[in-house]
Design a protein around this ligand. Structure first.
Ligand SMILES: C[S@@+](CC[C@H](N)C(=O)[O-])C[C@H]1O[C@@H](n2cnc3c(N)ncnc32)[C@H](O)[C@@H]1O
Length: 276
């Protein structure tokens, strides 16, 4: 994969602004990726002043995504609409689900120029995986997108991911926008959500509030830590499958937690709902 670097301006795709933090690049930096700039790393440095283990938020989120992919692929789901795909990293959705079923179709959707450029390069030779440019918080645009319409069979179950995305939506109507997606999906479909969480407990609520303050007032400008009730509402009319809406680390973990969860890992929830 090519690596855009500030030292090699010609390798920076048109439209990538290296002076402003981007959600995708901040996340990449938290996962120890290389496709990020000083401005992105500075966001994490700021949050680190109140949450030294802030990178664990990204790891808890990403590991949840990988386990959800494996779980749904083994359940027989073979269509994935991954909203807010992020920069390619070690195990991407298509790699995990196509390992289980090579016929699986994946459409990534993002609006970040770096993500679109790297995604297109990575996927050039994979005919079952595509990347579409759209605003994931505008469901009708996504659902009407030509790639989405062409790639998926809307008479069979689809898995829709909003993993690590909705906390970047600052409006109050996330449940409504999610219900628009749910209404458009065929019966049997799944939605998976991971979201920053304010646990409303004396131990972790203050930490969540401090991280939110840092993220929102950083050059990235977003990162809401919502309550369980607020996050649960985003599952709309779907039914949560076991183990429900839980800390990401507790969603069908690969094994026992060998060390206690770091504090920030209490501040991100994940779950999977099924449309009956
Ligand atoms: C934190 S990353 C999560 C990546 C991946 N889903 C994961 O969980 O590993 C969030 C992604 O959502 C994308 N994103 C944020 N707002 C968006 C919007 N309005 N439309 C499309 N993509 C968006 C960002 O560009 C970024 O790639």
């Amino acid at each position: 994969m090519s690596h855009a670097s500030a030292a090699y301006p010609s390798s920076v795709p048109v439209g990538v602004d290296t002076t402003r933090a981007s959600i995708a690049r901040v996340y990449d930096a938290a996962l120890n990726g290389k496709d990020n700039y000083e401005v992105d790393r500075a966001v994490l440095a700021q949050v680190r002043t109140v949450a030294p283990q802030v990178n664990d938020l990204a790891w808890a989120n990403r590991d949840f995504l990988i386990r959800v992919c494996r779980f749904l692929a083994r359940m027989g789901v073979d269509q994935y609409l991954d909203l807010g795909s992020g920069l390619p990293t070690a195990e991407n959705t298509h790699q995990v689900v196509q390992r289980v079923n090579p016929e699986s179709r994946v459409v990534y959707v993002d609006n970040d120029p770096s993500v679109l450029a790297h995604g297109k390069a990575l996927l050039a030779s994979n005919s079952r995986t595509h990347i579409a440019e759209a605003d994931i918080f505008a469901p009708l645009d996504v659902l009407g997108n030509e790639i989405v319409r062409t790639e998926f069979d809307f008479t069979r179950p689809i898995a829709l991911f909003q993993i690590g995305t909705l906390h970047h939506y600052l409006g109050e109507d996330a449940p409504t926008l999610m219900q628009t997606y749910i209404d458009a999906l065929p019966a049997g479909s799944f939605i998976a959500i991971a979201h920053f969480h304010d646990p409303e407990t004396p131990d972790y609520s203050e930490l969540a509030k401090k991280m939110e303050e840092k993220f929102i007032h950083s050059p990235m400008g977003s990162g809401r830590f919502r309550t369980r009730t607020e996050i649960q509402a985003m599952f709309g009319t779907t039914t949560l499958i076991e183990p429900g809406l839980v800390r990401c680390d507790d969603w069908w973990p690969d094994g026992p937690h060998l060390t206690p969860l770091s504090d920030v890992r209490h501040c991100i929830l994940g779950g999977v709902g099924q449309k009956r």
